[in-house]
Design a protein around this ligand. Structure first.
Ligand code: ATP
Length: 432
């Protein structure tokens, strides 16, 4: 196995990508986060239309794009491309990913006009009324430059919404950069956002361009925006007010040319009321608020999304078992506190358990899905047990425990010594 290419920071990687794009014009670049199986960087070459690019991404996710020549087709166009891939590693985030460099020499044939944009129904595998409302907002605001704040529970698809906004905007042929504000400490985040000049602080041995500069012409997605410290909120506000930013230690301000999309699973108004988030910044960021409904409120989407995930995994597992009617019913009955991410993990578990069977049955699902008593708080016998706010259990404690156990409710409940149902009720009470 070839050794991964090492980068110290995400910015080092992006500098490298920028050079790569310049050197190999006409190539598309994708970086897949191996752990989360999601794209953290994508650059679409001009000769790809949206449908082709989505097909390409599906093939990458399904591990179908081996190094070598491929032909990617949609109804209107087909493209020959040469695929190179390489493992990469970013030291300061302990990030493992795969970089795909997709070079498309020229279109082989052009069947129709390049008019096909993947519909939002296809992107989200959804036909529910709740999502239709969201789609109509996305369609109307994608073409504007207004800042959008995406709100929704963890795993509900906020990043997918940000990506869809970019794909349907005039900036679609430029970069989309996503930064998770909760993953970086305050100093690194500041330099990651605005950059720094050489000598700006001890250890700043060379200039570093921030995402506001690197995403110029494209879209900047700031995930977990509620987690940024107050001093940085003030700086971000200034950029939004003046349209300019100054790298740390720098003297000259630079014009910002990015469309900003932010996301959070928190109620930002409440955060603002508690003094943890600036009210003025809140108003600047949520010019257009978009709410992603939790999966439990759009249960008719479960069969469609499950079907898509099973097809997507076909190549990884070498088989594509269908869900039995009873297993599908269990998925529909479950409440999905971890939303689509949890559904995806559940299906990966079920695929592993079903091991080459032609059907996934109830016995292949994880216990918490089968055992409804754990899951459905409305059926629970301890529903009326009063929730005690004490030193042991308070909002902060629950929030920290959920972060520590990455929203795994069983583990978090165990650590807090309460039942999953009670934890679920605390989360609802505290709006976590
Ligand atoms: N409608 C959908 N159809 C198919 N896959 C989806 C859908 N919504 C989300 N996913 C998948 O579920 C996972 C979680 O989605 P995403 O990262 O967009 O959620 P999020 O709300 O941004 O999560 P977090 O709050 O943890 O950042 C991803 O792998 C994504 O591709």
């Amino acid at each position: 196995m070839r050794q991964a290419i090492d980068f110290y920071t995400q910015a080092d990687l992006e500098n490298f990508l920028f050079k790569l794009q310049t050197l190999i014009a006409g190539s598309s670049i994708l970086i897949l986060d191996q752990a989360q199986q999601r794209f953290v960087y994508e650059f679409k070459a001009q000769n790809f239309n949206h449908t082709l690019f989505q097909t390409l991404k599906q093939k990458v996710r399904a591990n179908e794009l081996t190094i070598g020549r491929h032909i990617i087709k949609d109804a209107s166009k087909s493209i020959e491309l040469l695929c190179h891939s390489h493992s990469i590693h970013i030291a300061d985030q302990n990030f493992e990913g795969t970089l795909y460099l997709l070079h498309s020499p020229q279109p082989l044939q052009r069947l129709k006009q390049d008019q096909n944009i993947v519909s939002l129904e296809q992107t989200f595998h959804s036909q529910s009324a709740e999502m239709q409302r969201m789609f109509s907002i996305i369609q109307r605001v994608a073409i504007t430059e207004f800042p959008v704040l995406v709100r929704g529970e963890s795993g509900s698809g906020k990043e997918l919404v940000a990506q869809a906004l970019h794909d349907h905007s005039q900036r679609k042929n430029n970069v989309f950069i996503a930064i998770n504000c909760a993953a970086l400490n305050a100093n690194i985040l500041e330099s990651e956002l605005f950059g720094h000049v050489k000598g700006a602080f001890t250890g700043a041995i060379r200039e570093h361009k921030g995402v506001f500069e690197r995403a110029a012409g494209g879209t900047l997605f700031l995930d977990e925006i509620a987690e940024i410290p107050l001093e940085l909120q003030a700086k971000l506000l200034r950029v939004l007010e003046t349209g300019e930013f100054t790298p740390l230690g720098g003297e000259k301000s630079i014009k910002a040319n990015v469309r900003i999309i932010t996301a959070t699973h928190r109620a930002l108004r409440e955060e603002a009321r508690l003094g943890r988030f600036r009210q003025d910044l809140l108003y600047r960021l949520r010019v257009i608020p978009i709410f992603v409904p939790p999966l439990r409120d759009r249960k008719e989407d479960i069969p469609l999304i499950a079907n898509y995930i099973l097809t997507e995994q076909q190549n990884v597992f070498g088989a594509s078992p269908k869900l039995s009617d009873a297993a599908l019913q269990k998925l529909i009955d479950y409440d999905w506190p971890g939303n689509v991410r949890e559904l995806k993990n559940t299906l990966l578990y079920a695929l592993t358990m079903a091991n080459e069977k032609s059907e996934i049955d109830v016995c292949d699902l994880p216990d918490e899905i089968i055992d409804k008593q754990h899951i459905s708080p409305s059926n629970s016998i301890i529903e009326d047990e009063p929730l005690l706010i004490s030193d042991k259990i308070n909002k902060e404690m629950i929030r920290k425990t959920l972060i520590q156990y990455q929203n795994d409710l069983s583990l978090a409940a165990k650590a807090l010594n309460i039942s999953r149902t009670t934890l679920w009720r605390y989360r609802k009470k505290f709006n976590l």
